[in-house]
Design a protein around this ligand. Structure first.
Ligand code: MSP
Length: 658
C-alpha cells in the first residue's frame, strides 16, 4: 500500500444545491480517505466548489444576483451538507479563491511556454450545462446535447486553443504503461478508443462573458472553466513546488462520476503533460444514481432527494452505509426509499444492531457489565478459533477491497463476520452456559470472543459509519478521548479485536439502529415523498426549481401529454399517510378511474368530491403506497398545494385539454 493517499472529489458547480449524486461521490471519497488514514497512509482529502463560467453567470442572472453572491450562498449549502454527512475533508477549495487563481495562471503560463497555446477563433457548438464544446456529429437530433438533451448554442468568438492533438500518442502511451490510470477497466477502454479516434485542439478561452480567471497577458479572454476547474487539484496544495505540493502531488485518486470522465482522463493529463507536471495515479469513475432509471440531477426536481433529510431522519451513517453497500463503485444504481429502509432494517437493525445489543446485554447479565478477559486455555477451542479465522479473513478481505476502491465488497466481507458472530452466539448459547457453574470459563470466553469480534467490526466500519462506530465504542466503555485512536487504526489481521481492553465498564445505552417498524416507515415515506410527488407517482409534479432554471421542452414533447377534464366521484384518505387522497374520477373512459393525489393537506375528501379537475390521462399507472393510481391531477403551489387546476367554464368530464 502506498504511503501517501491524496484523494479528491470533483468540485461541484454552485448553480445547484447538493443532492444525493454529489453526496455519493463525497461520501465514497470520505470513506476511502478514512480507510487509508487508518492504514497509516499520509492522507489528504480535498473537495470544493466550481464557481466560474457561463453556467454560474447565467444562473446568477436568472436569480437576479451576482455570481459571487450566488457562490457565497450555495457554498454554505455544500459545507453544511458535508458536515451533516460526517465528511472529514482536509481542505475545501473554491475556484474564486486567490490561491487557486494564482496556480491556474501558473499552469497557463507553463502551457504557453511549452508552445501549446495559440490564438485563433472558435466557431462551433457549446453546451452551457456541460460547459463543453461539441461538434455537429456529437449532437443528437435538433442540435441537442447528448447529456442534457437540450439545445446547444452556436458560438463564434476569438479563442486561445490548446494543442491537445499533440498529446494523442503520449496519452495513449501513458494509459498503456499505467493500467490503473483509468478505472474501472471498461472506462479505460472507452477513453483509449476516444483518444485513438483522434484529438482536436481544444478551445481554452472565452470572450463573450467575463466571469472567470483572465488569461495572463490578454485579459479580454477568460480561461475556459474546465481548465480553471481541473487545476484545483493542484492549486489546493499551494504553490507548485511548495511543501504541500511536494508532499501530496501527484494525487493517488481523482474520484469522479462517469459524466466527467473525458475531462479528467484526457484534458487534465494533457494539460499536466504540457505544464511539465506529473500525472495522477488513478482517475476512478463511478456510476450514476438514478430514480426509476433517470439520473438524479438538478433538472429532476420532482424526484430529487435531499441527503440532509435522510441524515436527519435515519442518521448520516445509515445513508452512507446504504449508498456504499448497495451498489459497487463504478456501476449505476437505482435509488428507492424502500431499498434504503429495507437495507437499514436487514443489515443495520437486524444484523449489526442486534449483535451489539445482545452481546452487551449478556455481558451485563453474565459478566458484571465489564469486558471480560480471554481464557487462555480456551483460545484453541473449536468455535472461538473458527470465529477468529472468519475475523482474520474478514479483516484481510475488507482491507483489500477498500484499497481496491470497492467499498461495497469491503462491507460484504465485514458483514460475513457480523453474521458469523451472531451465529457463534446462537450456537454457544451463553444463556444456557450461565446456568452451569462448570461452564463459567466457557461463558467468559464466549463473551470475550464476541466482544473482540465487535471491536474489530467497529474499527472496520468506522470509515463508512464514523459516528456509529464512535457510539459503539462508547457503549463498549472506551473513553471518548481514546476513541479516535481506536477508530483511526485498522484491526490487526492476525488477532483482530484482541487489543480490546479488559475490565471496561460497558454503557449499554439506547439501541444503535432501532428497527423501523411499518408505522414509522409510512411516516418517513410520507415525509420524503415530495409535497405533491413525482409524476410517475401519479400525483402532480412539484416545482422546486424556479421556472427560469427549467429545461425547455419542444411542442412535440408537450403534445405527448394527454390532459382531460375529470370529475371527482369519490375520495378517501390513503390510510397511514398525511398527504394522500385516493380519488375515484370520471375521465370519460366509460368507467371510473382511481388516482392517488398528494393533496390531503390542502383538501378534505368531502370538499373535493364533485369538483372538476385536470387529469394527466396517459401517465403510466403506478402503485403509490400500495394503492393503484392511473393518472395524476394538476395543482398549483411550490411546496404546499395552493389550489387545483381547473377549467373556467363547466365542461363535461372527459373533455380533452389542448
Ligand atoms: N464542476 C464540475 C466538475 C469539475 S471537477 C474539476 C461538475 N460539477 S457537478 O456539480 O455537476 O458535479 C458532478 C459530479 O457530481 C459527478 O461527476 C458526480 O461525481 C456527482 N454526481 C452528480 N449527479 C450524480 C448522480 N446522479 N449519481 C452519481 N453521482 C453524481 O461536473
Amino acid at each position: 500500500m502506498s504511503e501517501r493517499f491524496y484523494i479528491t472529489t470533483p468540485i461541484y458547480y454552485v448553480n445547484d444545491v447538493p443532492h444525493l449524486g454529489h453526496a455519493y461521490t463525497t461520501i465514497a471519497a470520505d470513506a476511502l480517505a478514512r480507510f487509508f488514514r487508518a492504514r497509516g497512509a499520509d492522507t489528504r482529502f480535498l473537495t470544493g466548489t466550481d464557481e466560474h463560467g457561463q453556467k454560474i453567470e447565467d444562473a446568477a442572472k436568472a436569480r437576479n444576483t451576482t455570481p459571487r453572491a450566488l457562490a457565497d450562498d450555495v457554498v454554505t449549502r455544500f459545507r453544511d451538507t458535508w458536515k451533516n454527512l460526517n465528511i472529514a475533508n482536509d481542505d475545501f477549495i473554491r475556484t474564486t479563491e486567490e490561491r487557486h487563481q494564482k496556480v491556474v495562471s501558473e499552469i497557463w503560463r507553463r502551457m504557453h511556454e511549452a508552445g501549446d497555446l495559440y490564438l485563433d477563433a472558435y466557431r462551433g457548438f457549446y453546451c452551457v450545462a456541460c460547459e463543453a464544446f461539441y461538434t455537429e456529429g456529437q449532437l443528437e437530433a435538433g442540435n441537442t446535447c447528448p447529456t442534457h438533451k437540450r439545445e446547444v448554442s452556436w458560438v463564434e468568438e476569438p479563442s486561445y486553443f490548446f494543442r491537445l492533438s499533440k498529446y494523442e500518442q503520449p496519452l495513449l502511451d501513458h494509459i498503456e504503461r499505467h493500467p490503473d490510470f483509468v478505472r474501472p477497466e471498461a472506462y479505460r477502454n472507452e477513453i483509449k478508443s476516444f483518444i485513438a479516434s483522434g484529438l482536436r485542439d481544444l478551445s481554452v478561452s472565452r470572450t463573450t462573458f467575463n466571469w472567470g480567471i483572465p488569461v495572463p497577458e490578454d485579459p479580454a479572454h477568460v480561461i475556459y472553466v474546465w481548465i480553471d476547474a481541473l487545476s484545483n487539484y493542484v492549486s489546493a496544495l499551494g504553490n507548485i513546488g511548495g511543501e504541500l505540493y511536494e508532499r501530496f502531488w501527484p494525487a493517488q485518486c481523482h474520484l469522479i462520476g462517469k459524466d466527467i470522465l473525458r475531462f479528467h482522463a484526457v484534458y487534465w493529463p494533457a494539460m499536466l503533460l504540457s505544464a511539465g507536471l506529473p500525472l495522477p495515479e488513478t482517475i476512478f469513475a463511478h456510476g450514476w444514481w438514478t430514480v426509476r432509471g433517470e439520473k438524479i440531477s438538478k433538472s429532476m426536481p420532482a424526484t430529487r432527494v435531499d441527503p440532509n433529510q435522510f441524515a436527519d431522519d435515519l442518521g448520516a451513517d445509515a445513508l452512507r452505509y446504504f449508498l456504499l453497500r448497495e451498489v459497487p463503485l463504478g456501476l449505476d444504481g437505482d435509488f428507492s426509499y424502500e431499498g434504503l429502509l429495507g437495507r437499514y432494517n436487514a443489515d443495520l437493525a437486524n444484523d449489526l444492531g442486534n449483535l451489539i445489543g445482545r452481546a452487551l446485554t449478556m455481558t451485563g447479565k453474565f459478566a458484571g457489565g465489564k469486558t471480560p478477559a480471554p481464557v487462555d486455555a480456551l483460545r484453541e477451542s473449536e468455535a472461538p478459533s473458527a470465529l477468529l479465522a472468519v475475523a482474520r479473513t474478514s479483516v484481510q478481505e475488507a482491507a483489500e477491497c477498500f484499497a481496491a476502491f470497492s467499498p461495497s465488497r469491503a462491507l460484504e466481507a465485514i458483514w460475513r463476520l457480523v453474521r458469523e458472530t451472531n451465529r457463534f452466539i446462537d450456537a454457544q448459547k451463553p444463556w444456557t452456559l450461565a446456568k452451569d457453574p462448570a461452564a463459567a470459563d466457557q461463558l467468559q470466553h464466549t463473551l470475550r470472543t464476541s466482544l473482540e469480534a465487535i471491536y474489530a467490526i467497529t474499527q472496520m466500519i468506522a470509515p463508512v459509519m464514523p459516528t456509529k462506530a464512535a457510539e459503539i465504542l462508547a457503549q463498549l466503555g472506551v473513553a471518548g478521548d481514546e476513541a479516535p485512536a481506536v477508530l483511526g487504526r485498522w484491526p490487526d489481521a492476525a488477532a483482530p479485536g484482541s487489543d480490546l481492553p479488559v475490565g471496561l465498564p460497558l454503557n449499554h445505552g439506547t439501541p444503535l439502529f432501532p428497527r423501523i417498524d411499518k408505522a414509522r416507515q409510512s411516516a418517513l415515506l410520507d415525509s420524503w415523498l415530495p409535497a405533491q410527488s413525482a409524476p410517475s407517482n401519479g400525483v402532480a409534479a412539484k416545482a422546486e426549481t424556479p421556472s427560469s432554471a427549467r429545461k425547455e421542452v419542444s411542442f412535440d414533447e408537450v403534445s405527448k401529454i394527454e390532459l382531460r377534464v375529470a370529475e371527482v366521484l369519490a375520495a378517501e384518505p390513503v390510510p397511514k399517510t398525511k398527504k394522500l387522497l385516493k380519488l375515484s374520477v370520471d375521465a370519460g373512459d366509460g368507467r371510473p378511474r382511481q388516482v392517488v393525489a398528494g393533496i390531503a393537506e390542502a383538501f378534505s375528501a368531502d370538499e373535493i368530491v364533485g369538483q372538476k379537475v385536470i387529469l394527466v390521462a396517459n401517465l403510466q399507472p403506478a402503485e403509490i403506497r400500495g394503492v393503484k393510481s392511473e393518472g395524476m391531477i394538476l395543482a398549483a403551489g411550490e411546496r404546499a398545494i395552493a389550489g387545483l387546476a381547473t377549467v373556467n367554464r363547466d365542461v363535461p368530464a372527459g373533455t380533452p385539454i389542448r
